[in-house]
Design a protein around this ligand. Structure first.
Ligand code: CO8
Length: 260
């Protein structure tokens, strides 16, 4: 039984709704990612499951991205294990045969944005307090090439260059403007709209759609699968550097101070 992730699968529609429920902010810890990958794999292997909607049970936050504590003062071995799990999440989602729709009902920085970007379609709550983007540089860290590729595949080279260099977090209308999300709806209609959209997507002949999806995404996926170990090594070397640890420590301080 999973606790950080709740899956409701409707046999009659073939659609599963996955709710991220890891308080307070659905940060992607090793435990969370492990559970996430098991749940996704199970749905992927279930022939009767054709669509997956991902949403959050937490108020105001879709996912705060990678759990920063997993990258702070951890052993190289632990960092490697964590990074492998992050890769696995991305590989499972970006390469899924299911139609995957993100029902983004809250803020979605960094890894949360990455998770959204792997979906086939993104619907976001039209609340100006919410933000989405790859803000890694603001933490003094660098979004890996496959984060960058996923972003560029979605919003193009120039938008990605601006977004990543400046670590931009976009409000919903800005995100819609550059194509980082596909549709904005009032907060209480995010899930219903995702369900309606899913019906449209599932009306397309599945085999043709899956081959097309693979054609679009395979080169990007292959780039990581053929460089997985090097990417892990690169992450561990980078993240365990004193200067990077210092940046992360300062960012954590800033997160705490910002409160109240
Ligand atoms: N990891 C761990 N803890 C977190 C995270 C996180 N990503 N985000 C928030 N928290 C903690 C906060 O510190 C706070 O803890 P406490 O209660 O002990 O003070 C608690 O969660 C609640 O947070 P807030 O009070 O800030 O909650 P709000 O509802 O006000 O705001 C936000 C929610 C908008 C999600 C806000 O918390 C936020 O902006 N968080 C930071 C998000 C962020 O910058 N994430 C980046 C993670 S890095 C990443 O995903 C990709 C890294 C790629 C690595 C590449 C290296 C080579």
């Amino acid at each position: 039984t999973s606790s950080k992730i709740k899956v409701d699968f409707d046999q009659s529609t073939g659609v599963a709704v996955m709710r991220l429920q890891s308080p307070p902010v659905n940060s992607l810890s090793l435990d969370f990612l492990t559970e996430f990958c098991i749940a996704t794999e199970k749905l992927e292997l279930d022939k009767s499951c054709r669509g997956l909607i991902i949403t959050s049970s937490q108020p105001r936050v879709f996912s705060a991205g990678l759990d920063i504590m997993e990258m702070y003062q951890k052993s190289p071995e632990r960092c490697a294990e964590f990074w492998r799990a992050v890769q696995e999440m991305w590989l499972k989602l970006y390469g899924s045969n299911m139609v995957v729709i993100a029902a983004i009902n809250g803020s979605s920085p960094a890894g949360g944005c990455l998770m959204s970007l792997t979906c086939d379609y993104r619907i976001m709550a039209d609340n100006p307090r919410f933000s989405i983007g790859l803000n890694e540089t603001q933490l003094g860290i660098v979004a890996p090439f496959w984060f960058k590729d996923t972003m560029a595949n979605t919003v193009g080279h120039r938008n990605t260059e601006l977004a990543l260099e400046l670590g931009l977090l976009y409000n919903p209308s800005e995100a819609l403007k550059i194509g980082l999300v596909d549709q904005l709806v009032p907060e209480d209609q995010v899930l219903a709209t995702a369900t309606q959209t899913m019906t449209k997507w599932l009306a397309i002949p599945a085999h043709a759609r899956q081959i097309t999806k693979s054609m679009m995404r395979k080169p990007t996926i292959d780039k990581l699968t053929s460089n997985r170990e090097a990417d892990i090594k690169n992450f561990v070397t980078f993240i365990t550097k004193d200067s990077i640890q210092k940046s992360i420590g300062m960012y954590l301080e800033m997160l705490k101070k910002r409160k109240g």
